[in-house]
Design a protein around this ligand. Structure first.
Ligand code: GAR
Length: 208
């Protein structure tokens, strides 16, 4: 029997409920997946997502970011945890921390984030309310490479949903979240399979 191809070792970083994390884990279990989830890390020790990961048999780690001597010192500790687990790629999934420059540099071209807007519109927080208030007829989500610019790295994949007349930020968030769960595993798989090429601000190779 042919030996299964080695899967890339991914760490998922979370701060909260971890629904994108759960979608990434589920997709990783397909035979054809290019990645395995080798670690779920959180800066919030009681993040609900950690329990979901542990129940799924994934190694977990956490470190409270408070009282750790600042952002750079905390990120250095996280980096050493990731290295200790032999991590090759990082997926931010609701990881609500600004990252220090050395951490971003360490994962250049190997770290993705998912953001709940159609970037470059609506970087930062409150994306759903801002899209509704701006009168957008489409909203959505974006998977992008992480650079030093907040929500500003090269875009890998996007999905759009309609904004309905009676939408609230919560109903719009639900509709977008369903797309996030579909989009993120496909984008991470493409990265880990070596299919993506960064050309300036563009990313080529996602569509086959
Ligand atoms: C997701 O909607 C994700 O796009 C968003 O946080 C949520 C996390 O949900 N990320 C950001 O806002 C990053 N700026 P989850 O924990 O259920 O995956």
């Amino acid at each position: 029997m042919a030996e299964a191809a080695r899967k890339a070792r991914v760490a998922i970083l979370i701060s909260g409920r971890g629904s994108n994390m759960a979608a990434l884990i589920a997709a990783s279990r397909a035979d054809r997946s290019a990645y395995e989830v080798a670690l779920v890390f959180s800066n919030v020790p009681d993040a609900p997502g950690l329990g979901i990961a542990a129940d799924a048999g994934i190694p977990i780690a956490s470190l409270d970011h408070r009282g750790r001597g600042g952002r750079a010192a905390f990120d250095a500790e996280v980096l050493s945890i990731l290295r200790g687990h032999g991590i090759e790629y990082v997926a931010l999934a609701g990881y609500m921390r600004l990252l220090s420059e050395p951490f971003v540099t360490a994962w250049e071209g190997r770290m993705l984030n998912i953001h709940p807007s159609l970037l470059p519109s609506f970087t930062g927080l409150d994306t759903y309310a801002r899209a509704i208030a701006a009168g957008c007829r489409l909203a959505g989500c974006t998977v992008h490479f992480v650079t030093g610019e907040l929500d500003g790295g090269p875009i890998v994949a996007q999905a759009a949903v309609p904004v309905r007349d009676d939408d609230t930020p919560a109903t719009l968030a639900d509709r977008i979240l369903a797309e996030e769960h579909r989009l993120y595993p496909a984008a991470l798989d493409a990265l880990c399979a070596g299919r993506l090429r960064i050309a300036g601000q563009r990313v080529l190779g996602l569509a086959r």
